[in-house]
Every structure is written in C-alpha cells, then in structure tokens.
Design a protein around this ligand. Structure first.
Ligand SMILES: Nc1ncnc2c1ncn2[C@@H]1O[C@H](COP(=O)(O)OP(=O)(O)O)[C@@H](O)[C@H]1O
Ligand code: SF4
Ligand SMILES: [Mg+2]
Length: 394
C-alpha cells in the first residue's frame, strides 16, 4: 500500500446492521485428481474448500483473508456459481442456490457480480469499453432511462474515468484504469453483492489505495455488499467491517474488525498480523507486538493434516490438535460474533509475549499452480452469461 496515498478512514463507517444477504454453510469444493493411463481414474481430491460457513449482510463489507492456495478464489467462484460446489448450502436472500441450474440462476446472476484479480486478462481485448460495460446490460435486457450508452458514460464517471473514452479498447488504459473498468462492469447490473477477488494485488503499489478507496466509496454510497478477498490483512483492514481468516480450506477465525485486529485469538491470525506492518495499530503497539515468522509452507490440500490443519506450523500444538478438529465457536473471552477454531487460543491481546516466535515444521506443500488462468476465468464468465441469457418474450 502506498505511503503517500492514504486510505479513507473507515472508523466512522456504519456498523453492519442489514439482514443476511448470503449465508453459507458447510461449503465444500473437492477437485478430483486424475491419474493413470489409458484410463484416467480419480486418484485423489484437492480439498480446496472444506466446510466453510460465513454470512454476508446487506450492504456489509466482509473481508476473506489467507495465504495463497488456501481456497479464497475457489470460495469466490463457488459463491458466484462460476463453479459448482461438492457440498454445502449457499443461501441467497434465504433461498439455497447451491444446486440451481443455469436457468434458475439467470434472474439472480446479475445481482451477484465479481471483480477479478487481473484487470488485464479479465477484460476482453477485442471489445470496446462501451461493449464491456454495456454488454451485460444488453444480455440481461436492461434498458436504463436515456439508453445504455448514457448509462455507460455515467458509470465511467462514477469510477473516475473519462466518459468520452467509451469507445477505447482495454489496452489503451493503465492497469489501475482497467480495474476501474472492471468495477464499472460489475456496477452495470446494479448488483446487491460484489465478490472482489484480490482486486488490487496485480496493481502497482502506488495505485492500490486509489482503487480500494473507489471500492469503498461504491460500497458505502450504493449500499452494495462486498466479499473482499485478499492475501494479507493490510488491505482488508481499511475496507471491511468483518473479517474471516482462512487456512487450508477452512475458516479459522472470524469477527468484527476490532476483534480480528486488536483481540485475535487464533495463532494463525497472530502470525498474519505480525507479518504485515501496515496492519498494525500504531507505532507504539508495533514496537510491542510479537513478531512471528511463519516457517514452512502450507501443507498440501490433497492430504491435509488431521485434527487442526494449522498444527504442522503452530507453536502451540499439542496431542489433542492432531486428533480433534477444533470447531469454529465463540470461545470464552471473545466478543459477540467473534469465532475462533483453536483448542489452545492466544490471550485476547496483540501485545508481546517476549522474544520472536519462529514457527517450525510444515509438510511439503504441493502448490498446484493456478489451475484456472485469468483468461479461462473470463471465458467462464462469458460462457455463463451467454447460456443464461434470459429468453426474451416474443
Ligand atoms: N480447477 C482446479 N482444479 C484442481 N485444483 C484446483 C483448481 N482450482 C484451484 N485448485 C487448488 O485448490 C487450492 C485452492 O486454490 P485457490 O482457491 O485458487 O486459492 P487462493 O485463491 O486462496 O490462492 C489450491 O491448492 C489450488 O491449486
Ligand atoms: S488447535 Fe492446536 S494446532 Fe490448531 S491453532 Fe490451536 S493450538 Fe495450534
Ligand atoms: Mg486466489
């Protein structure tokens, strides 16, 4: 995050009070691993998402944080129904849409939009900005007053771009501007929920804050709920009213911002906070906070550790951690709604315990590379949009 560019303070942001918009229970995605020749049999599963529960309220900004490979993008793709889940419920406004067919999804799809990590490849290079932003309106049969072109110009203005540039192509814009186009495209259908998958991590540090500020403005002024995915706690801190920390396919801690940043209980949340200077509270506390270096890699989601999945990197692990999976519950000392999955939680403080803690261990991680490329992701979106075009009445 740039030092010159300050993020808009969210301290005065209205607390989340809206009704539940999205309620996720026991969500799982296990990708089959095929092996053998000539018959390709399933030889195992990547447990990318393995029993996630979360709730996003109307108009709320909810952060989802964890190291690369822990299942954040897969969760985002499941919630937007770009991917089909293996198990679990996805209740949208009270109705379980997890197993909805493409046709059943058609009326809902416009309400749940996604902003992707890589603005370069998530915009079709052969389409003008006008087509990229206006296309979804056409597909969904939306005719705004004054016409689509007028609406596209308004949206360009909303995201801080020149409305006269609607006939330009993506390559004529900078990375930050392209992500603004991505935001305008997501806004075109007046969504209730936007899943933003690391929307600034591919951008220059100097412009990350500008885009986060834009998203924050959109979230507040238009009352759109956000699931904001990030790999560290710094960006989300300025954006989210509530935050969930994910590790190896599971949520290990969730709570309001104050609880997660000032009173974290899960050792992994402590480690993440200590690794990110910007996430710290202020200079004095920074000095006092323990510094935890996470040693070792995230274990493979193909064969995750038994019991608590964090145990191979946890400095507090005991025998029980290998046999009993800790449930995600409100442990004693937590504020309301602050849930932690740990048998031996940290004290509710961010202050130092003394010297540095170096985490050891860590099974070999087999980080299967990004299996869905950004280009494939765009194709997934475009393909779904085409097959789900609501049939216009003759
Ligand atoms: N299409 C796929 N097929 C098989 N494995 C996948 C697929 N997509 C993601 N994975 C695996 O699932 C795990 C979680 O990936 P992902 O959701 O992209 O994590 P994150 O976004 O947190 O970095 C990783 O181990 C990844 O390799
Ligand atoms: S349950 Fe055990 S291994 Fe897991 S985080 Fe807590 S202390 Fe560490
Ligand atoms: Mg990802």
């Amino acid at each position: 995050m740039s030092e010159e560019l300050t993020l808009t303070k969210t301290e005065g942001a209205a607390p989340q009070t809206g009704a539940p918009l999205l309620e996720v229970k026991g969500l799982k995605k296990h990708f089959p691993i095929k092996g053998g020749f000539p018959i390709r049999r399933t030889v195992g599963h990547v447990q990318a998402v393995d029993g996630v529960d979360l709730t996003v309220h109307e108009g709320e900004s909810f952060g989802l944080v964890g190291e690369s490979g822990c299942g954040k993008s897969t969760t985002g793709r499941l919630l937007t129904r770009l991917l089909d889940s293996t198990a679990g419920e996805i209740r949208y406004q009270g109705t379980d849409i997890a197993n909805y067919s493409r046709r059943q999804m058609a009326p809902i799809r416009s309400e749940i939009q996604m902003i992707f990590q890589d603005p370069q490849s998530s915009l079709n290079p052969r389409h003008t900005v006008g087509t990229i932003i206006g296309g979804p309106m056409e597909v969904n049969g939306i005719n705004p007053p004054g016409g689509r072109e007028k609406r596209v110009r308004e949206l360009l203005e909303t995201v801080g771009l020149n409305p006269e540039h609607y006939q330009r192509f993506p390559h004529e814009f900078s990375g930050g501007q392209r992500q603004r186009i991505g935001v305008a495209r997501a806004l075109a259908l007046e969504p209730k929920l936007i899943v933003a998958d690391e929307p600034v991590s591919a951008l220059d540090v100097s412009i990350q804050a500008q885009v986060v500020n834009l998203l924050q403005k959109v979230q507040r002024e238009m009352g759109i709920a956000f699931l904001f995915i990030a790999h560290d706690l710094a960006v989300v801190r300025h954006f989210s009213q509530r935050v969930a920390v994910m590790y190896l396919g599971k949520i290990v801690e969730v709570g309001d911002r104050e609880s997660i940043y000032n009173r974290p209980r899960h050792p992994y949340t402590h480690a993440l906070l200590s690794a990110v200077p910007e996430a710290r509270l202020d200079e004095d506390e920074e000095e006092q906070r323990e510094r935890i270096r996470l040693a070792g890699d995230v274990p493979s989601p193909i064969d995750p550790p038994s019991g608590c999945r964090f145990r191979t990197r946890c400095w507090k692990a005991q025998d029980k951690c290998a046999t009993d999976e800790p449930p995600l519950v409100q442990i004693s000392g937590n504020h309301d709604g602050h849930l932690t999955a740990c048998h031996f939680p940290e004290e509710p403080t961010i202050l130092a315990h003394g010297e540095d803690v170096v985490m050891t261990g860590g099974g070999a991680r087999r980080r299967t590379d990004e299996l869905v490329t950004p280009e494939e992701e765009r194709e997934m979106v475009e393909e779904r949009a085409e097959t789900e075009t609501p049939k216009k009445m003759p």
